[in-house]
Design a protein around this ligand. Structure first.
Ligand SMILES: Nc1nc2c(ncn2[C@@H]2O[C@H](COP(=O)(O)OP(=O)(O)OP(=O)(O)O)[C@@H](O)[C@H]2O)c(=O)[nH]1
Ligand SMILES: [Mg+2]
Length: 182
């Protein structure tokens, strides 16, 4: 109880910090999203992330510490390590790349079945909605089997990191997340 009051005061005066792990297949748009969140502008980023990038961005009263992890197959076994200490996991999906949805679902299922990640809130983002031929948000929820996830808070938004679409709504959701063990 005392701990809660202290943390409430701390947040009131200094804002809060959120540790965010961004994962998802290569080319989904994770690095682009982080750049858009940081600058509000689209930066063409065609360089695949090797290992991870770290970026800390203040949004309103929330300092978002983002671990943007490479999505290529060789980096996926490291995802759990970054997610373990995160307050929230963001899983980015390329909503236009329907051929990769099965793999994205398998990777997500594998990730959230780690006991170390139990209960950590999950935000699934369908990205690239500025392009033609994206699946609908409802289809994304079905294809990613999100309704079957019962052990944590789950949300899904359709966004465009390129056009800055729906990013504010997504940030509102993020800012309501409670820090772990706080
Ligand atoms: N049209 C469109 N293109 C996007 C969007 N977001 C990212 N891209 C493009 O998709 C490609 C991959 O983006 P990245 O941000 O590098 O993808 P990533 O998920 O970080 O990839 P890895 O680091 O390999 O895991 C780049 O060419 C981006 O410009 C978007 O919202 N719309
Ligand atoms: Mg990247």
């Amino acid at each position: 109880m005392f701990q809660k009051v202290v943390s409430w005061f701390r947040e009131l005066f200094f804002g809060k910090e959120l540790e965010i792990a961004l994962v998802g297949l290569q080319n989904a748009g994770k690095t682009t999203l982080v750049n858009t969140m940081a600058t509000g502008k689209f930066e063409e980023d065609t360089i695949p992330t090797i290992g991870f990038n770290f970026r800390s961005v203040k949004k309103g009263k929330v300092q978002m510490k983002m671990w943007d992890v490479g999505g290529q197959a060789r980096f996926r076994e490291q995802w759990e390590k970054y997610c373990r200490s995160a307050d929230v996991i963001i899983f980015v999906v390329d909503a236009q790349d329907q051929g990769n949805l099965d793999i994205a679902r398998q990777q997500l299922n594998q990730l959230i079945s780690w006991p170390s990640l139990e209960g950590i809130p999950l935000l699934v983002l369908g990205n690239k909605y500025d392009l033609q031929g994206c699946i609908t948000e409802q289809e994304l929820i079905t294809q990613m089997n999100l309704n079957s996830i019962k052990d944590r808070l789950v949300a899904c938004y359709s966004i465009s990191a390129k056009k800055n679409t729906n990013i504010d709504e997504m940030l509102k959701w993020l800012s309501k997340i409670q820090r772990k063990n706080k």
